[in-house]
Design a binder for this molecule. Structure first.
Ligand code: DQA
Length: 148
């Protein structure tokens, strides 16, 4: 049996503009900075990172499906699709690997339309509100889950 040691980190719409976008809410780090942090964190537990971003819902769905056989754990920040996408929810439900829903901001302390997540019900756990550190915590949580 091949042991997969790959954590996939999928990012949804507008996250490509981190570092320029609503700095008071999302912080000054770019998505490339966050990717580096994820790689450093995963390397400590001997995992690889596959890191992707898309502004398109269908592309995210396709990547979640791809992760089904290629990933050993998945972290997903679906951005605004978190609050709208039954399609991403349904795709996540096909996976039998640990899934962590990630948000930079605390979505429960923001507008009411952000309080509803279609991702949470399909996730193993949720990390939100810690800025770029949310990703680091998610990677550590996934690594710990997979080494159980
Ligand atoms: C976000 C929160 C979402 O409500 C928002 O649409 C985003 C980013 C976050 O990381 O805090 O694009 O997922």
């Amino acid at each position: 049996m091949v042991t997969r040691r790959s954590i996939w980190v999928l990012n949804g719409p507008n996250l490509n503009l981190l570092g320029e976008r609503e700095l008071g809410i999302y912080g000054g780090e770019s998505l490339a900075d966050i990717e580096l942090r994820c790689r450093d964190t995963a390397a400590k537990s001997d995992f690889n990172i596959e890191f992707r971003q898309s502004n398109h819902e269908g592309e995210l769905v396709a990547w979640v499906q791809e992760a089904r056989t290629a990933a050993s754990g998945l972290a997903i920040n679906a951005g605004a699709y978190t609050h709208t996408s039954v399609a991403v929810h349904d795709a996540l439900r096909l996976l039998d690997i640990p899934i962590v829903e990630v948000h930079l901001s605390n979505i429960f302390a923001r507008e009411e339309f952000r309080h509803k997540s279609y991702i949470s019900a399909a996730a193993t756990g949720v990390v939100c509100g810690f800025g770029a550190m949310s990703y680091v915590l998610a990677i550590d949580a996934l690594a710990a889950q997979m080494d159980l």
